[in-house]
Write a protein that binds this ligand. Structure first.
Ligand code: HEC
Length: 126
């Protein structure tokens, strides 16, 4: 009895801690701060194949997806689909990034940045 009572405050704070941690893993899609971080990561890791504007049209080597148009995505365009494509890679030419971007938050920032390239209508359709 005494043992359980002593443990309880710790359990409660652990629960609160993990609830906060889970919430923190998915930044809000409309957060300007998250989009800005995603943009920075994108400029660093992704332009080589998808181009600076995400259209994959200019100075691009591989057959990368035009990220500005969710209708042409091969692997789905929900937030979860995009997360998975970035984390695990996609098709033949899209490398998995989960090792280099080991902080899940960074992948969500990229998802948010990519969605910021779409029209309002395209965003609300997903
Ligand atoms: C080495 C070239 C290359 C790099 C670098 C690259 N991609 Fe890709 N990416 C591709 C190719 C090729 C595809 C198309 C995959 C397919 O055929 O399904 C793709 C597909 C995608 C998709 C899925 C779109 C769809 O068609 O469903 C997303 C999202 C994406 N890339 C985001 C990123 C992000 C974010 C980065 C940077 C972290 C990145 N890519 C870096 C080549 C690349």
């Amino acid at each position: 009895m005494g043992f359980t009572t002593r443990l309880r405050p710790l359990t409660v704070s652990l629960l609160l801690f993990s609830a906060t941690a889970i919430q923190a893993e998915i930044p809000s899609p409309d957060s300007d701060e998250s989009i800005a971080k995603g943009s920075e990561l994108y400029m660093h890791f992704c332009t080589e194949c998808h181009g600076k504007d995400g259209r994959a049209l200019m100075d691009v080597i591989s057959d990368a997806t035009d990220l500005t148009d969710p209708d042409v995505y091969y692997n789905g365009s929900t937030r979860e689909d995009i997360y998975r494509s970035i984390s695990d890679g996609a098709g033949v030419g899209m490398p998995p990034w989960k090792t280099q971007l080991s902080d899940e938050q960074d992948i969500w920032h990229l998802v948010n940045f990519i969605r910021s390239l779409w029209t309002e209508e395209q965003r609300s359709a997903q």
